[in-house]
Ligand binder design. Sequence first.
Ligand SMILES: Cc1ncc(C[n+]2csc(CCOP(=O)(O)OP(=O)(O)O)c2C)c(N)n1
Ligand SMILES: [Mg+2]
Length: 608
Amino acid sequence: MTITSAARAIHVLRGLLAAGVREVVLAPGSRSAPLALALHAADAAGDVRLHVRLDERSAGFLALGLTVGSRSPVAVVMTSGTAVGNLLPAVMEAHHAGRPLIVVSADRPASLRGTGANQTTWQDGIFGVFAPTVDVAVDASHDAVSQAVSEAGRRLGPSHLNVQVDAPLLPDPGMPWWPGPLEASDPLDSLDSSSVRASGGSADEVPLGAAAVPLAAGPRTVVLAGDDAGSAARVLAESAGVPLLAEPTSGSRAGDHAIRTYRLLLGTALGAAIERVIVIGHPTLSRPVTALLSRPDIALYAVRTRTGVATDPARRAIILDVPPALASSLTQGSALALMPALTPAMAPDADAEWLAAWQAADAALAERVDAHVDTLPDLHALHVAAEVSAALSPGQSLVVGSSNPIRDLDLMLLPYRPREHRLVVANRGLAGIDGTVSTAIGVALGRVGRIPPPGRGNPPSPDDGGIPRPGRSLAVMGDLTFLHDSGGLLIGPDEPRPDLTIVVANDDGGSIFALLEQGAPDYAAAFERVFATPVHADLEALAGASHTAYRRVESRRELREALTEPATGLLVIDARVGRADRRETAAALGALAADVPLSWPPDQGGMP
Ligand SMILES: Cc1ncc(C[n+]2csc(CCOP(=O)(O)OP(=O)(O)O)c2C)c(N)n1
Ligand SMILES: [Mg+2]
């Protein structure tokens, strides 16, 4: 039996709702018209929150950000043809970061494929290994669709629903497009919130028993927390009494075991003394960490993340699996359920000297780093990182661009108090510089949210340390990263608008390459044109094109003021920094670490 396009669209949308979707992003088109009208009606009824965007690539990243901010699956809907292809970057990122992104593409009936019919291509399987497609034929049963949508809502990664719809796309003009919220008796209710990933517990609720891999006392151990490790890494480091090397987006850079300057200290005798590493999350930021993970002399344990991958580039780790029952209850940003697999047999004070040596070196080096940063010419990219770190208050969220901004923040972000959580997010699945403005807008909007996901009340949530979420969000990114997705600022007058300040560390080009091999003087003749790629863009004009508030700052004081002044809506702060000294500054910071007094090895002393 052929199902009308309108009935199909409404059924798909109700299935998404039943799967826990409350935020939907839509890009305009014709084949998707029934979905668009159903969404418009459901939004007006308050059953979903709709966000309309012109560019499907930005729409995909907006949806990705919304999955992180709202901790729920989010759908993005578009028409057929190249519109679908524009979702690939966001789908790839969602695949590698484990974000529940549901792509709903409209399509023509399969019989038109390969006939030259307008805007018709092979959308089935278009995302390859990154997301499975369920190709919904025009005559597919409602039950089959319900099943597919429900499965998409449960996945810890992206999925693709390709909905074939035939003309007539729109029924009679008077038809109601939205029958109202799901009733308890609605057949779709059988798919309801039990099928949605549940909220994680707080660290204190995690039972610290039943060790699958007891960590015997003895080897000098560090916990390495990469992207999205969650507070499990901190709890583990504290219960084992060992240093915590936590990237800014780990969700665990907190407490007095967190070693702020770990990246620099890895190059010292302390780094060389490491005998065992436990990796949680997805560390990607620095070469010293990559080198550590490749060292043949250390025992390496890597916990498989919810994407199913453990970070082990050298393929030499013992992989720790999360029990399936726990994996299915993992939430965005929370790896707390991993804890029972890693319960240490080590006592918190098993190796007090080891921990104390890291803490003392960190305190001494952090002081020297800050003093050095103070001497850098105003305004410097490291000042930007320091000011953003200082401005980030408990409960606030920060989205960080790839390239140097995330690495500068890794050096400058002060560990916070464990109960004063900040949500620091970056697209570290593939570390692209694409889609970052939209991701930041999505995180900001998702965090404030209009409609609480099923089974949960309004914030605060346990992972936020019980702190209410303030409305304003922050983002910091490089100029090329900003330019790559400056179209993300184009938001129509009827769309939800975030309260978000985007700080652009604007050094007119890609400064990160200066720190890599191609930044050496040997390649100077080619460097600017083929690596740095300055484009002299006028950010004020770009912001103006989307009626976005803009402020230019040239000093640390001006930046601090701009970050503390009350603001609503979107604000772009154009922080003008240089990049000429990047190599020199990196070398100077490395030299500070080489000189810092270490109380290691213990018998040699060294600290006053
Ligand atoms: C989509 C994508 N294209 C290219 C790259 C390679 N890439 C990494 S960093 C970078 C330059 C980023 O420049 P900017 O945002 O200004 O940051 P900066 O390095 O100056 O701090 C590029 C092109 C990437 N990561 N992602
Ligand atoms: Mg730059």
